[in-house]
Design a protein around this ligand. Structure first.
Ligand code: PEP
Length: 248
């Protein structure tokens, strides 16, 4: 039995049309009493589907994939955390590596987004992770600790913030770190959280993300200090997403 309640979160990225409501319905159906006993389930669809998913979510949480730091204003195409909450979200992913890479988001911006999430009453899922070059250069721990330090607001609590360790080279590639490497990173992140937040650092959930599939979920989720998973590709199908959640 894990000391923190596990969270299995799905990141649908830029995938899904209205017809995907049926697939989401199968996820809601699959989240049965036995699963509810074991883990929280969250799906982060594209913003266009958020309100529809929220209306059909049962006990499955729904979340956004990004938010702006400001509550409103002249920011064409952006979405405020308050708007996500208004559409029924309970959480938002911030600092995903695709945002850090494609939109050049800095740790400071990610931190401001995590603050915005708290202001709007959303749980922020803050993503950190090294590139392949950084791992090969032996810098993974330092890089990820630096991202954690820079991306997490001072007032964060275990109730409003979750950390997701997602090695960039493992996302969507089918590659995963060894269990030893995952354990080393999660232990380092736990130590950094405790150094910053004291004993309260024990409470933050630390997710692993990067090519989690039904066939590797059991061993990854058994690693100490892995409190759940952030799942991309395999969260698009109810069958594989529920199978991963059942790995607990
Ligand atoms: C992700 O993008 O958050 C992710 C973990 O993707 P995948 O599971 O497809 O590697």
């Amino acid at each position: 039995m894990k000391m923190r309640r596990p969270l299995v979160a799905g990141n649908w990225k830029m995938n899904g049309l209205k017809a995907s409501l049926a697939e989401f319905g199968r996820i809601v159906e699959g989240y049965d009493a036995a699963l509810k006993d074991r883990a929280d389930l969250l799906v982060c669809p594209p913003a266009t589907l958020l309100a529809a998913f929220a209306g059909a979510r049962g006990d499955v949480g729904v979340g956004g994939q990004d938010c702006h730091a400001k509550p409103f204003g002249a920011h064409t195409g952006d979405i405020a955390a308050e708007m996500l909450a208004d559409a029924g979200a309970g959480a938002v992913i911030v600092g995903h590596s695709e945002r850090r890479q494609d939109h050049r988001e800095s740790n400071g911006q990610v931190r401001a987004k995590a603050e915005a999430a708290r202001r709007a009453g959303l749980v922020a899922i803050v993503c950190v992770g090294e590139t392949r070059a950084e791992r090969e250069a032996g810098q993974a721990l330092d890089i990820v600790r630096g991202q954690l330090e820079g991306s997490i607001p001072d007032g964060a609590t275990a109730g409003d913030l979750v950390v997701a360790y997602e090695p960039v080279w493992a996302i969507g590639t089918g590659l995963t770190p060894t269990n030893e490497d995952i354990a080393e990173m999660h232990t380092a992140l736990r130590a950094a959280l405790k150094a910053r937040f004291g004993e309260a650092g024990e409470g933050f959930r630390l997710l692993y993300g990067g090519s989690v599939k039904p066939d590797n979920a059991t061993e990854i989720l058994a690693v100490a200090d892995v409190d759940g998973a952030l799942v991309g590709g395999a969260s698009l199908k109810a069958e594989s997403f529920i199978a991963i959640a059942r790995a607990y």
